[in-house]
Design a protein. Sequence first.
Length: 279
Amino acid sequence: MDKHFFKHNISQVDLEAIRSAKASMEDIGMLMKGLNKLGDGIDSGIKLIPQKQQVWLQKNVNNILMTLVKSNLATMKKGEIFKKPSPTVYKTMVTATGALSGALGATTGIGTVLFASELALSTKFIMRSIMDIARSEGEDLYNIETQLSCLQVFSLGGESNDDDGLETSYYTSKIAMDNALKGATSYVSKNGIHGLNKLLLNSTNPLMKLISTVTSRFTVQVSEKFIAQAVPLIGAAGGGSINYLFIDHFQKMAKAHFTIRRLERKYGEELVKTKYLEI
């Protein structure tokens, strides 16, 4: 088939893939809908989180994401062979990590400590699941841009604390995130990963700006989880259910995001974007 024709015509199968990706991307309230089935008042509860706890949550999220970036980038050139367990395996792991902190309640003294530890562990498992999904869509996990694109998934389906309103357009928010992604990728490629500790201490570099942007958006989702786990009516089973909803949400975001990236590599960004916006 003529390459010119191929570049300007998307197959029906790929159009359906775009349609499915858009449905997932723009149903960004699905995590909240699920959480609200477990307990009333979560929407309003988020708005009532004390400023001190909001700062604590954002600081924890930022530290967790920096640790993930540091760990992944520092080891990705060692030739590690990534295994590919099914998404169900990671769902089981993340669900289990939520049980104990859910039983104690996120706002109790020891419960808060356990929430922070559980969040770090569950986020690590979620990141591994995102990486598996990325690879299944043809991404190279040893590529710096791919690793940072995996991090980018944590920014999907949530608003920033600086947003005026909930941004539902994937491509609208993607422009800003892609600029940050390209800047961070270029910066790490130029400066190398061996001095990563030094890079992460410099808040003005593009890598840290990317992490900061993702942190701002991911913290909104974490706040939803925090409030849900503070509802003392579900216990351990509820903590596990909340974590199940949490990883399920980001697995769907990852599948949609990396499907779009795969099709952009195949057809070009402009054509895929046009079709996405036409749906």
